[in-house]
Design a protein around this ligand. Structure first.
Ligand SMILES: C[S@@+](CC[C@H](N)C(=O)[O-])C[C@H]1O[C@@H](n2cnc3c(N)ncnc32)[C@H](O)[C@@H]1O
Length: 355
């Protein structure tokens, strides 16, 4: 299918923008990343230290049971400080059990406008908007921003439309990727423990992708434990150019929903997004697992909606979502005009059946 650029993509060089492995935004003119870009994304842990990431918390699960407050250490790194060298955390509360950021340094690949689809969704989602607007302290953390802070700056700019006084902090576990603050955004060293911050919203995109599946529940639990009351976590994955995206929205009780969003003009069928499912689901797209049932049904509905193809992929997707709802899948309806094809569904519908 021939690609057609969207306004955002044209404006921000989104879909065809080069990937950033080494940042063009370094204020010092030096590359920000010294990560091993040859590291793989096969699901093997990429801990720079080769230390294990820790034991997943078996008391928590990926099927909507409460996840918070278990926060076992996931790994070890160095001290947690801001770009200024000052610790960011709450007084008297060390970042992890060892006082070190929790997690492991992984590849820092990112790109200009790569996360535009999840940003668009975030700033329109009623739950997210409400929580950010009502927060006593409108603090948002972008966890694991990578070799360049560009997606953090973009997130901040978009969130200011929801709440002009939002404070955004980019946390990165690799100290060499921590850059001086700019455009009202701070950057600091931190891991899943959030450097002791208490944000109302955490966005972690393409972070868990390079961890083993077993690390997911523990990482979720640690982040959820650090949220402010009513706080939310958006944990997701996308392809290099941000055309195929998937994310889970969680609160302290556990996962709430799964959302898939894709470029209407470069994705042939809904199941094409399967390759970018969040870590909790990517290995579950097999017969017998709910996510496989959903994607199979979505492809079937997409085929049934083929007569609408002449009206464009968005019209065809709207019909597809109706067919899915008619078949018992509680796909969320959207009244506003959508630039992306979006499939959002309660987590219970897709939660893995096997431990
Ligand atoms: C692939 S980059 C993603 C960059 C950006 N979020 C994006 O999606 O374009 C993943 C980054 O997450 C960082 N990271 C991995 N584990 C982390 C953790 N526990 N806490 C903070 N950062 C982490 C890695 O060092 C890496 O820079």
């Amino acid at each position: 299918m021939v690609g057609r650029a969207e306004p955002d993509e044209l404006r921000g060089a989104g879909s065809d923008s080069p990937l950033i492995h080494r940042s063009p935004l370094s204020t010092s003119g030096e590359p920000l990343s010294t990560s091993d870009e040859s590291a793989d994304v096969s699901g093997k842990p990429l801990a720079a230290s080769s230390k294990p990431l820790g034991t997943p918390d078996k008391s928590a699960n990926a099927s909507s049971k409460p996840l918070a407050a278990s926060s076992k250490p996931l790994g070890t790194c160095d001290k947690s400080t801001g770009a200024s060298g000052k610790p960011l955390g709450r007084p008297g509360k060390p970042p992890g059990a060892s006082g070190k950021p929790l997690g492991s340094i992984t590849r820092g690949t990112t790109g200009i406008n790569r996360l535009r689809r999840s940003d668009r969704w975030l700033i329109h989602d009623e739950l997210v908007r409400g929580r950010v607007r009502e927060a006593a302290d409108p603090l948002v953390v972008d966890l694991g921003y990578g070799a360049s802070p560009v997606t953090t700056l973009e997130l901040a700019a978009r969130l200011r439309r929801v709440r002009p006084d939002v404070r955004v902090v980019g946390l990165e576990i690799d100290p060499e990727r921590v850059v001086p603050g700019r455009d009202g955004v701070r950057f600091a060293r931190g891991g899943f423990e959030l450097a002791g911050l208490r944000p109302v919203l955490v966005r972690a995109f393409n972070v868990l992708r390079q961890y083993p599946e077993e690390a997911v529940t523990s990482a979720w639990a640690t982040v959820l434990d650090g949220l402010a009351p009513g706080g939310l976590l958006l944990e997701g994955t996308c392809d290099e150019l941000g055309r195929r995206c998937a994310w889970v929205l969680l609160d302290r009780s556990g996962p709430l929903s799964l959302t898939l969003a894709w470029d209407p003009f470069t994705v042939d069928r809904p199941s094409d997004v399967a390759e970018r499912l969040p870590k909790a689901l990517i290995h579950r797209n097999v017969p017998g697992e709910p996510i496989h049932t959903l994607l199979t049904a979505a492809d079937r509905a997409w085929a049934h909606a083929a007569p609408l193809a002449p009206y464009g992929p968005r019209a065809r997707w709207r019909r597809t979502a109706e067919i899915l709802r008619d078949n018992g899948f509680p796909v969320r309806p959207y009244r506003r005009r959508m630039r992306d094809c979006v499939l959002s569904i309660p987590w219970d519908i897709v939660a893995p059946v096997k431990p």
